[in-house]
Ligand binder design. Structure first.
Ligand code: ATP
Ligand code: MG
Length: 201
């Protein structure tokens, strides 16, 4: 199997994530794309991150209708902060024999390449860097064998913007799937007043 792996905080998952995954699935002829919500993201220790369960459920809701999309709990069930190397090792252990393609936006790709264990990452998966409005995607210094750049339809959407829209009372309709809009409202995620915020039981 050719297996795409789309890691992210998904707080909340939005159409930028979904379009990127769908485009790469088709271009690289992937049998499946598994979305992997992070556990505690170590890069985001400075802000409140919604519970892993809320992010997992929104990801399930958003991907449910696509027969090639699935969701994995490996990162949220592993204690401690999430590192991409652990994600890939766990997925590989579960899916021995599959060829892995890690899908990442231009911003996240630049970050990953700066890590000291980058060479080990490339032994585990092929990396596909996708375009993202506001971030340059350049092939300077990339190990060409293991990293491919892919243009995807431009979606100027970020989870940060979705959260601040909800907090400010602006709509997120059509930026995130309908079921995710309803989930956010139901559990009062991203409310400006944290006292009114709820969580899935
Ligand atoms: P935040 O603003 O909280 O950082 P985000 O929108 O960047 O959220 P993440 O969960 O951090 O979403 O991103 C997961 C992955 O999806 C990353 O590889 C990121 O680069 C990629 N990605 C996010 N939004 C887009 C987009 N609009 N187009 C292409 N790739 C995207
Ligand atoms: Mg991000």
């Amino acid at each position: 199997m050719r297996l795409g792996v789309m890691g992210g905080t998904f707080d909340p998952i939005h159409h930028g994530h979904l379009v990127a995954a769908s485009e790469v699935q088709s271009r690289f002829d992937l049998d499946e794309v598994v979305f992997v919500p992070t556990g505690q993201p170590w890069q985001k220790a400075d802000r409140h991150v919604s519970s892993a369960e809320d992010r997992y459920l929104m990801t399930v809701i958003a991907t449910a209708s696509n027969p090639r999309f699935t969701v994995s709990r490996v990162d949220i069930d592993r204690p401690g902060p999430t590192f991409t190397i652990d994600t890939l090792r766990d997925i590989r252990a579960e899916r021995a024999g599959d060829e892995l393609f890690f899908i990442t936006g231009a911003d996240a790709l630049a970050e990953i390449l700066s890590w000291k264990d980058a060479e080990h990452l490339f032994e585990l998966a092929h990396f596909i860097g996708v375009t993202r409005p506001g971030h340059e995607l350049s092939d300077k210094g990339l190990p060409g064998q293991r990293v491919t750049l892919q243009e995807v339809p431009a979606m100027a959407i970020s989870s940060t913007d979705c959260r601040s829209r909800v907090a400010g009372g602006a709509p997120v309709w059509y930026l995130v799937p309908d079921g995710v809009v309803q989930y956010i409202n139901k559990y009062r995620l991203y409310a400006a007043d944290p006292a009114s915020a709820g969580s899935a039981p």
